[in-house]
Design a protein around this ligand. Structure first.
Ligand SMILES: NC(=O)c1ccc[n+]([C@@H]2O[C@H](COP(=O)([O-])OP(=O)(O)OC[C@H]3O[C@@H](n4cnc5c(N)ncnc54)[C@H](O)[C@@H]3O)[C@@H](O)[C@H]2O)c1
Length: 248
């Protein structure tokens, strides 16, 4: 029987949105199994705390302030992580925002900001890491999307549109790079206790949804880590183009 390998020791990952919530948990989880992690985020204070937490556990981490919606920032972030830690094997796209507005009153600037951060950020960052992955015939891309893309969310049309587009992007990119040893997947977590989620929803709504979730409890950022670790391992090499709904 062929051996299935889960060892990812020494690989290099880049996690966007790693200062807070789900991205921070993923960055810590990757570091915990011996992956060197570049952590990128707009929020410098959160970034310093996340990288310090990784380093305090004895793992290598490099934090950099960057805006995933800006081409120059994204290129710099990929160049710096590659120089400091080595070529990027794993990209986790986690940076995202979720302001609330009804479409009838939504400012064009808010629509643009959500699409630029949530969707264009995934495109720019994927594009920046792909040439080296293709050259090395190995790579893993995981994007954090949302089940709200399927169910819809009142006062969240820009957010759900951006996440639905990530799902389509994931399926298309997976086909493009399947012959290069690169898998591309997305994870759609259910309601998860993070600053973004608390800012976007009322306490009543959160309590009502939590009751419908597995175990009758709200998701925690750490819940998603195990699935990410699996998707970036060799064991998942033939799983690609999937949007995996998780605790939804
Ligand atoms: N929390 C949930 O219930 C939930 C559910 C489904 C999907 N998600 C998705 O998970 C991801 C993480 O969200 P979270 O809930 O952990 O929120 P969070 O606010 O705790 O973390 C998001 C991080 O992204 C960073 N960020 C925002 N814009 C950025 C930009 N332009 N460039 C770089 N960094 C930027 C923020 O500074 C923050 O650190 C998001 O993509 C979100 O849409 C969250």
């Amino acid at each position: 029987m062929p051996e299935v390998r889960f060892n990812v020791l020494g690989r290099v990952a880049l996690v966007t949105g790693g200062s807070s919530g789900i991205g921070r948990a993923i960055a810590l989880g990757l570091a915990g199994i011996g992956i060197q992690v570049g952590v990128a985020d707009k929020d410098a204070d959160g970034l310093a705390s996340a990288t310090a937490a990784i380093q305090s556990r004895g793992s290598r981490a490099y934090g950099l302030v960057a805006d995933v919606a800006q081409f120059a920032d994204v290129q710099r972030m990929v160049d710096e992580v590659s120089e400091r830690l080595g070529p990027i094997d794993i990209l986790v796209n986690c940076a995202g925002i979720f302001p609330r507005s009804p479409v009838a009153e939504m400012a064009e600037a808010e629509w643009d900001r959500v699409l630029a951060t949530n969707l264009k950020g995934v495109f720019l960052t994927s594009r920046a890491v792909l040439p080296a992955m293709i050259a090395r015939k190995h790579g893993r891309i995981v994007s954090i999307t949302s089940g709200l893309a399927i169910t819809g969310s009142s006062r969240g049309a820009h957010y759900t549109a951006s996440k639905g587009a990530i799902d389509a992007f994931t399926r298309s990119l997976a086909k493009e790079v399947a012959d290069n040893g690169i898998n591309v997947n997305a994870i759609a977590p259910g309601l998860t206790d993070t600053p973004m989620m608390r800012g976007a929803n009322s306490a009543e709504y959160i309590a009502a949804v939590a009751k419908t979730m597995p175990g009758g409890r709200l998701g925690q950022p750490e819940d998603v880590v195990g699935l990410v670790l699996f998707l970036v391992s060799e064991g998942a090499k033939d799983i690609t183009g999937q949007v995996i709904v998780f605790r939804g």
